[in-house]
Design a protein around this ligand. Structure first.
Ligand code: MG
Length: 371
């Protein structure tokens, strides 16, 4: 049976479909239900609200969580406030991190206030703390990179040295879902979120032994200094179990689980790591002497770590490392003590981050005045 439509009805359907598509495109450009509702609210403009009430209701609010050891908080807060005002947002809520709360508690308070984005301003430690409170929620994280490594920012191609642009991207950037890792140092212990890499052994011992004063003066070279002092250590006997299934025993210097693998200076520690593939890339480093370390460094520099004689990389969703002795553990570069157990698991698409839009990238490259 065929249904015949008269030409007027056909045109009516086509026009309706076009109107729906254009409306969906315009509303969808600024994703998020709240934004869409705000657009509708602005369109409807109810008579019982004054102009200022309508515009207040339609404005967004950011929370800025700052590590005060990395920057002048008052200056950054006043820059953020000026940009928010200029962009039509409410003034941001500003929280400083402390020794007791490196950002997680402040993020939870910000979420309770119903903010539209939480901006982490600090190093990878601050970003990890904010990410652990945001993981699993739909509230996006903006990043103002102020640390030594800024590894998450590097791995998602954010601008590293343009604070004002970092703030604008946090407000109006594109939402991108990425994976996070969850690590445990006891089988029944608390789980800690990481966004870049967690490791047991040599890498963590280097992080634990890096001189903070040297780090603030020399940046990443301070890690090289600490690393050279640790190279001559002994390998440890470990059992590594992938996905509760495949187990190997080995004498290793370090086992690292990475969500992404780009380090400073363009070094790709985990060349195949993808930040949103739902997998962890596990690197096992097992040189027995200084000569073999040279081979390890050469294979990492040549992006051949997955095939090196003393390195091995394997993708998995979960890995458990059990050692005969207590070894140092680090999460995104923060030493968290020693353990003979480390479990890492990927949480796919758990975190939304704000990254530059195509237009923003063009403007940044051209060093254009932001519009
Ligand atoms: Mg991955």
């Amino acid at each position: 049976m065929t249904i015949e439509l008269d030409p007027l009805m056909t045109w009516g359907i086509v026009v309706c479909a076009l109107v729906v598509l254009v409306a969906a495109f315009l509303l969808g450009r600024r994703s998020g239900i709240r934004r869409t509702l705000n657009s509708v609210r602005r369109f409807v403009h109810p008579a019982n609200l004054s102009d200022s009430e309508v515009s207040d209701a339609a404005r967004y609010r950011a929370a800025l969580i700052v590590n005060p050891t990395k920057t002048d908080v008052r200056r950054l807060a006043s820059t953020a406030e000026a940009i928010c005002r200029f962009e039509g947002w409410n003034p941001p809520l500003v929280f400083e991190t402390t020794i007791d709360d490196s950002g997680e508690g402040a993020t939870i308070r910000a979420l309770d206030e119903g903010v539209d984005v939480v901006i982490a301003a600090g190093g990878d430690g601050t970003i990890r703390a904010v990410a652990s409170a945001l993981a699993g929620s739909s509230t996006p994280m903006g990043i103002v990179p102020l640390g030594t490594g800024n590894l998450l920012a590097r791995n998602i191609d954010l601008v590293l040295d343009k604070t004002e642009w970092a703030l604008r991207i946090a407000l109006w950037g594109r939402n991108r879902e990425i994976d996070v890792g969850a690590a445990r140092i006891a089988a029944d212990g608390d789980s800690h979120v990481f966004t870049v890499m967690t490791g047991l052994g040599f890498d963590a011992a280097v992080m634990a032994d890096t001189n903070d004063e040297l780090k603030s003066r020399l940046g990443w070279l301070a890690y090289v200094e600490a690393g050279s002092r640790k190279l001559a250590g002994k390998p440890s006997h470990v059992k590594v179990t992938f996905d509760d299934d495949y187990r190997i025993s080995a004498r290793v210097r370090s086992v690292l689980g990475g969500n992404c693998g780009r380090l400073q200076g363009g070094i790709q520690l985990l060349p195949q790591a993808v930040i949103d593939d739902g997998m962890l890339d596990v690197l096992i480093v097992s040189p027995k002497n200084l000569g073999q370390w040279v081979g390890v460094l050469a294979s990492i520099a040549g992006r051949r770590a997955s095939k090196g004689l003393h390195t091995n990389i394997r993708k998995c969703q979960k890995v458990v490392i059990e050692s005969r002795e207590e070894l140092d553990v680090q999460l995104d570069g923060d030493p968290i003590g020693q353990s003979s157990y480390l479990e890492m698991e990927v949480r796919p698409s758990a975190l939304t981050v704000r990254v530059p839009t195509v237009e923003q990238r063009k403007q940044i490259r051209a060093d254009a005045w932001p519009v």
